[in-house]
Every structure is written in structure tokens, then in C-alpha cells.
Ligand binder design. Structure first.
Ligand SMILES: Cc1cc2nc3c(=O)[nH]c(=O)nc-3n(C[C@H](O)[C@H](O)[C@H](O)COP(=O)(O)O)c2cc1C
Length: 194
């Protein structure tokens, strides 16, 4: 290997180290993107991500879907749906922070809210929905009366960090997230915004 070739390879390797995030980000490609709709989610183990993709499918695939950890720029979108997985009765710290930090970008654009939670595998009651949506997520987002949904989620112990897995060690894996319910919510949000 000559000196020039060595320098070139070194620079490329350095570039890969300096800019790893962009290359590793999981991009979602909507089927018919109109650049107006975005779904923003917070997740630990992926149920809220899958709910988001299925919500977009219910909107005929127009919405782009973003993990809040990508810190997306949503300023160009006109309609935004926000949702997240629940731990200890809250969405992730990253999602809470994003909502607080981007109040101006989100103002007047939030068309739907949702949560994904285990709820001890029981159906979510109206009182529990009010606690998660009206008294919590809607307040964080400073919206009221937008369509909302509380989906039952799933537990996949092998995807959890050690601490969470320990807390859930008495549980077995389960999956109560339903694609038709997520799609129906997507359709409802899309129709309501027309
Ligand atoms: C550490 C931990 C705390 C949780 N806390 C709650 C809770 O407060 N209420 C609830 O209904 N579900 C709770 N769950 C269940 C999750 O909401 C459920 O597994 C959800 O599907 C996770 O979504 P995710 O896969 O997108 O991270 C908790 C799960 C874990 C692992």
C-alpha cells in the first residue's frame, strides 16, 4: 500500500467514526409521502415504533415516521402525530424533552396523540386513558381535543436493559399490540384533519 492510498483509507475510516449516526439511522420510507405528515415516537423496545408505522399505514402511508432519538427537524411538516411507550406512567425522557424544546415547531400542528403501555395486559379503562392522554401527554403537548389512542403493548425481555428486565422478571413475553387498531387510529386522525 503506498502512502497516498494509506492516507485515503485513513481519512475514510476517520469519517466513518466522526459521522456514524447518520449512516446507522433507520430511515422510514412512506409509500406515498406528501411531506406534510410526520409521526414522532419514543420507544424502548420497539412496540411504539411498530405502532407508529402501522398508524402511518392507516393514513395510506403518507406519514414519515421518526424515532425521537434521531432529533428530527419537523419544522417543515404541517401535521404531526406524537406518541410513546410508557414506563412508570411516563413516555421516555427524550420524548418529554423534545416536546418541551420544540414547542414552537409543534404549535398548531399536533393532530393526534397515542401511548403504548402494558397495563397489566388488561384493556385500558376511560380513567386510565384520561390519566395517560388528557392529564399527561396532551398537557405536555399543550393540545386538547385531538384524536387519541392508548394501545396495549408488548414485553420482550431479551430487548430490555438489565434493570428493566429485572423489574419485569416475573413476567413472560407477550404481545398485545394490534396492527388493525393502530391502522384504524391512523385513518381516524387522517380523516379528522381533512
Ligand atoms: C421498566 C418498565 C416499566 C413499565 N411501566 C409501565 C407503566 O407504568 N404502565 C404500563 O401500563 N406499562 C408499563 N410498562 C410496560 C410497557 O409500557 C410496554 O412493555 C410497552 O409495550 C413498551 O413499549 P416499547 O416496546 O415501545 O418500549 C413498563 C415496562 C417496563 C419494562
Amino acid at each position: 500500500m503506498d502512502k497516498r492510498q494509506f492516507c485515503k483509507i485513513s481519512m475514510l475510516s476517520l469519517g466513518a467514526l466522526v459521522f456514524p449516526k447518520k449512516g446507522l439511522a433507520l430511515e422510514y420510507y412512506p409509500t406515498t409521502p406528501d411531506k406534510k405528515w410526520a409521526i414522532l415516537y419514543g420507544t424502548w423496545c420497539g412496540s411504539a415504533r411498530d405502532a407508529s408505522l402501522w398508524i402511518s399505514e392507516g393514513m395510506a402511508g403518507v406519514a414519515n415516521v421518526f424515532d425521537v432519538r434521531e432529533n428530527p427537524d419537523l419544522s417543515g411538516y404541517e401535521n404531526i402525530v406524537i406518541g410513546g411507550a410508557i414506563r412508570m406512567a411516563k413516555v421516555s425522557g427524550e420524548l418529554e424533552k423534545y416536546i418541551a424544546d420544540h414547542k414552537n415547531d409543534l404549535k398548531g400542528k399536533i393532530r393526534g396523540l397515542f401511548t403504548v403501555s402494558g397495563n397489566m395486559m388488561q384493556p385500558v379503562t376511560p380513567a386510565q386513558k384520561a390519566q395517560l392522554i388528557d392529564n399527561y401527554l396532551a398537557k405536555l403537548c399543550e393540545v386538547s381535543n385531538v384524536p387519541s389512542a392508548t394501545f396495549l403493548g408488548r414485553v420482550t425481555l431479551s430487548l430490555m436493559d438489565k434493570e428493566a428486565a429485572q423489574m419485569m422478571s416475573s413476567m413472560k413475553d407477550y404481545d398485545n399490540l394490534k396492527r388493525p387498531e393502530c391502522m384504524a387510529f391512523g385513518k381516524q386522525v387522517f380523516e379528522a384533519a381533512k
